[in-house]
Design a binder for this molecule. Structure first.
Ligand code: PLP
Length: 400
């Protein structure tokens, strides 16, 4: 049927992310070694699965409070106290579904059509897609590469300079995906002071907050410095630290004044996370959950060293060793089309990686990067790295 259609340009203009464009070529194929998604190869621990199974058997199958069961929200308040020393009242915590939905709720709270959101990049593509879906404009401010110090850094003047009257939020993921960059507490204070003065919200994505390699329990958190009514939204997730990506459960800490609005948003978006799954999430917050989190962190730390050793033996690949999260954002000398190369690798060496192009909106600098997730069994990871290396041998670099 031809004729006039009601679809707005922000919808018709959507394109699949670069990660999906690669994964579509081999997702689920047992011959492909998958390093493309942000998840460990470990199954959710049994005690968490058991807690959800028991809740299901006990008949926890009904509608519940759309902002989450009270016990879970109380558990999350205690979690923030334990990990960041932050006092967060239960009234500020909503469990709408996954962290992705928490990000959507935060965006829905602050943007109107035509506003913009300033995003520290490179960044997980769902963020700028969600901004577009909210009829707002994503505005990227790229981290700087410093090969001498081996660290990514954020130029705060550049960040502040990108904000104008239509900027409603600054989005920061720290530790970041794909870079593993971590914002310092001092930088957070400066960003908060700027945002307060300009009436701009901060959306702080802290889903990798406890996956850090400097021995601290949690990366610097905006919750430690924000007042309950600052326009600060902090995103958390069960997906990463407890190997629960398929559960679709995370949370949002929001300003107290938005508690009622958040109840409506949670209702209208999903009417909350699945009832019985919330008991699994509650189990993750137990001391046993803390033990698992440490095991996972040790697995990631080992994976990080495997990648580092591999890179030391390569002359075409380098990285800035990440401070947190579980990704290697690998810079490949001479690579100019990361998507084509990642797609070619699925076929030629059966390894799945995410193309750098996925993490920005056309910034040519990201074309020289590939992202892998190193939260994997060390042998499997080494196999994946060797496959990447094989794809870079002179006979196979036809794309460069
Ligand atoms: C920075 C960042 N935020 C949020 C999420 C999503 O978490 P969830 O699985 O709870 O939706 C991801 C997943 O990759 C992520 O990398």
């Amino acid at each position: 049927m031809t004729g006039k259609k009601p679809y707005p340009a922000n919808i018709t203009g959507l394109d699949l992310s670069g990660i999906t464009k690669v994964a579509m070529l081999g997702m689920g194929d047992p011959n492909i070694l998958p390093l493309w998604f942000g998840e460990t190869d470990l199954v959710t621990p049994k005690f968490i699965r058991d807690a959800a199974t028991k809740a299901l058997e006990d008949g926890k199958t009904f509608y519940i409070h759309a902002r989450g069961i009270q016990a879970l929200r109380e558990g999350l308040a205690a979690y923030h106290k334990r990990t960041s020393g932050a006092d967060v009242s239960v009234d500020r915590i909503t469990v709408p579904g996954a962290a992705m939905l928490a990000i959507t709720c935060a965006l829905q709270s602050v943007v109107e059509t035509g506003d913009n959101v300033v995003i520290v990049s490179p960044v997980w593509p769902n963020i700028f897609q969600a901004v577009k879906l909210a009829s707002a404009v994503p505005r990227m401010v790229r981290l700087d590469e410093n090969w001498e110090t081996g660290k990514w850094s954020l130029d705060l003047e550049k960040l502040f300079g990108a904000c104008d009257e239509r900027t409603k939020a600054i989005f920061i993921a720290s530790p970041g995906n794909p870079t593993g960059w971590m914002m310092s507490a001092a930088e957070q204070k400066q960003v908060l002071a700027f945002a307060r003065e300009r009436g701009i919200a901060i959306i702080s994505d802290e889903v990798y907050g406890t996956l850090v390699y400097d021995g601290s329990v949690h990366a610097p958190s905006f919750l430690s410095i924000a007042e309950p009514d600052d326009a600060v939204f902090v995103i958390g997730s069960f997906s990463k630290p407890w190997a629960m990506t398929g559960w679709r459960i995370g949370w949002l800490v929001h300003p107290t004044s938005l508690a009622t609005a958040m109840g409506v948003m949670a209702q209208a978006n999903n009417t909350g996370a699945a009832h019985f799954l919330q008991y699994g999430a509650l189990a993750a917050l137990s001391p046993q959950g803390e033990e698992f989190r440490k095991e996972l962190l040790a697995r990631c730390a080992k994976g990080r060293e495997v990648v580092d050793r591999f890179i030391n033996g390569q002359n075409q690949i380098r990285w800035m060793k990440p401070d947190g999260a579980f990704y290697g954002y690998l810079h490949v000398e001479g690579l100019e089309d990361s998507l084509a190369f990642a797609q070619q690798m699925v076929k030629s060496v059966q390894v799945g990686v995410a193309p750098g192009a996925a993490f920005s909106l056309g910034d040519p600098l990201d074309e020289s990067y590939l992202r892998i997730c190193f939260a994997q069994d060390a042998e499997k990871l080494a196999d994946g790295l060797n496959r990447i290396s094989a794809a870079l041998t002179p006979t196979s670099v036809s794309l460069f």
